[in-house]
Design a protein. Structure first.
Length: 297
């Protein structure tokens, strides 16, 4: 509302709002399309698994069709070492990180925004205390914290994602704080207070919604990519989702035992899914960063 964009002449603002999409770089547009495609596939696959709309029972063993190739016996991606359909297990494996990843994102964004507003809006001793807290969280190795949680609560992915969300909060807090300090330099907050706007309205509407939503959206996409990487890595090491529940990580680990026999696809297929999905979320975040932040300039 009172940002540098709003201070431009009306004609200039209308011209920017009308033609901003023409300034998008072709690579950013490509990244955006690829990222949206990946997100759509993940969401659709999650609901397919949630409503059990799968081509085969993901836990049904068929010992007569173990390690069959792509398209054999009606299995689009083949089967694993127990004759279970790979495509069905990969679709169901999305549930291993989807809701836990959303939990990590909600914690990181909400807690990080809270700390960022405290630090940037109020400043003073509160800023000092928040800075010390963020430095304390950053000083602990994340893997050590996760292993402590695993030892205390057993391999529960939701507890692990709570730690991931909390350890990501300082990054969000720093971004929100920097944005608020920038707005202070433009006399944005002082002008809002002088107009008699309530503090909660200034914080939630004019700071977080109008000026920080692009930051939060970008961090959400990057956070989901990191959540996928964390879940699949832990499942591969045996600390995350356990068999027979499918996860892309434990599918890679189980299939890797048969690589020396020439059966590379049961581990390669979920590994490629991990790579392309994480890449999609990161490229989407990168494209949104260039588009949303560049639009304001």
């Amino acid at each position: 509302m009172y940002t540098e964009f709003s201070q431009l002449p009306i004609e200039k603002r209308q011209d920017i709002e009308k033609h901003w999409w023409k300034k998008i770089h072709r690579m950013d547009l490509l990244y955006l399309c690829y990222g949206i495609t990946i997100v759509s596939l993940v969401v659709i696959s999650y609901f397919l698994g949630a409503f059990n709309l799968l081509p085969f029972d993901p836990e049904e063993m068929d010992l007569d069709n173990m390690m069959v190739g792509i398209g054999a016996e009606g299995h689009i991606l083949g089967t694993d070492f127990m004759g279970r359909d790979l495509l069905s297990r990969m679709i169901l494996g999305i549930q291993a990180y989807f809701l836990p990843g959303l939990l990590a994102i909600v914690i990181a964004l909400s807690f990080g925004s809270f700390l960022g507003v405290l630090s940037g809006f109020y400043g003073g001793r509160i800023d000092t205390g928040v800075t010390y807290f963020n430095n304390l969280v950053d000083s602990f190795p994340r893997l050590v914290l996760i292993l402590l949680v695993v030892a205390a609560f057993k391999p529960d992915i939701y507890y692990i994602m709570i730690i991931v969300g909390l350890t990501n909060a300082p990054v969000v807090a720093a971004l929100i704080k920097n944005k608020i300090q920038f707005l202070k330099q433009k006399n944005f907050i002082e002008s809002s207070i002088a107009m008699g706007l309530p503090t909660h309205l200034i914080i939630f509407k004019h700071i977080l919604w109008y000026n920080c939503r692009s930051i939060l959206i970008i961090q959400a996409t990057l956070g989901m990519g990191e959540a996928i990487l964390m879940e699949t890595s832990l499942s591969y090491l045996g600390f995350g989702v356990q068999e027979p529940t499918p996860s892309w990580g434990n599918m890679v680990q189980a299939g890797s035992n048969y690589l020396m026999q020439g059966n590379f696809w049961p581990s390669t297929a979920p590994a490629l899914a991990i790579m392309f999905t994480i890449l999609g979320f990161y490229l989407l975040g990168d494209a949104l960063n260039h588009i949303l932040e560049g639009r304001k300039s």
